[in-house]
Design a protein around this ligand. Sequence first.
Ligand code: 5AD
Ligand code: SF4
Length: 463
Amino acid sequence: MKRAVIPPEETARQRAYEQKILALRQGGLAHVVTYGCQQNEADSQQLRGMLAAMGFGFTDDPAQADLVLLNTCAIRDNAEQKVYGALGRLTHIKERRPDLLVCLCGCMAQQERVAEKVRRSYRLVDLVFGPQALWRFPELLYEVLTKKGRVFSIENERGAIAEGAPVVRDSAVKAWVSIMYGCNNFCSYCIVPYVRGRERSRSPEDILAEVEGLVRDGYKEITLLGQNVNSYGKDLETPLDFAGLLAQIDQIDGDFWLRFMTNHPKDTGDRLFAVMAKSRHIAPQLHLPVQSGSDRVLRAMNRGYTRASYLEKVRALREKIPQVVLTSDIIIGFPGETEAEAMETISLVEEVGYDALFTFIYSPRPGTPAAEMPDPVSREEKQVWFQRLLDAQNRFSAQRHAAYVGRKVPILVDGLSGDEAWPLSARTPGGRLVHLQGPAEAVGRFAQADIVDSNTWALFGHL
Ligand code: 5AD
Ligand code: SF4
């Protein structure tokens, strides 16, 4: 596959548009809302960076804002409904203040169906652009400001990588680093490959330089992001796979934990586990979405592995890293899934014993193959299976967490919680959340915590 890197002249042109907007507007306040996954969080940090370069400050209150930017998610219908709700509320603000700029971006905005609906029914929206056009936000906004008309930019572009955009990060402790964009897997239920385009990897030099910079700036937890980090590098001219990239990042000196997500079971294996096992910085944690425990459903989902091959990988991983914290994504109610097949998923969950799960009821996404499949089971029945899955997992997560009580564990204090009783939030090496008592100065430090209590979702402790 050909690498698609945006030429530096093009990205320089975007920086010039930022300056033109700065000159045109003299400041203002932006309200940025992010829906969905960590990749979207990372994208929003870039969008904030561009807004800051254009002279915008930031506000949490849409009523105070001169510009509202909704960075949307399309993974399930309820994510889309939230955005329409937010647009409805913004309509009232815009009636009072017609100058308010309303921008819609992200995965939902990349879909023609959504753009059409916004064109017709949400006249308040001034600018619509998908993730593939994110790097051109300054130019698109400039067009809105000078043309005095609505701008829609949702063509499927070749899918490219733009370096050098400014970033405003929202934590001084934790940072996201995208290592690749897009997805080539086309799991039959998933909209992502349609909205985020084909896989493309950032160059190892750019990634290493960014991580080195973050470590130098004192960041303590760095999370590498991609829809499927395990296919990193397939499009690079000099061959380097994800395990190789991790090994290089691990050479960077300094005090930091390295995490990554998300993984695809068909592309993970011994090479990755070996690098993890002997690394200095990589956290003992793996998010390995299984989606289903039934071989027939896995085939219909186009996942490319079986229950047995998945379980074998989990076994190999635990053999190398016994203390690994393992999490997963599960979909209940895929079209045509029977009760017996849903129970196979629950039996897999029990067999593996995950530390935590992200569980979803299947939501048809127009344009994906699964949305065309017969789906005879009612929502109510799927809800019953879903509840059984939750009950099984919650019991197990609570047990897992209870086993920490009375122990001293290493943690990274990553922020203030806003809760008086447990004012700090922290993470264990495996990524479990710890509500913590201790002084605010501890934020950003590695420490030891005495774990005194736990529940299904978190641990409680003091420094
Ligand atoms: N319906 C429900 N869940 C979905 N996911 C992806 N697409 C859908 C869908 N159409 C889930 C998968 C994926 C996670 C990010 O979202 O479990 O791993
Ligand atoms: Fe969607 Fe599958 Fe790609 Fe994940 S790997 S983004 S579930 S198509």
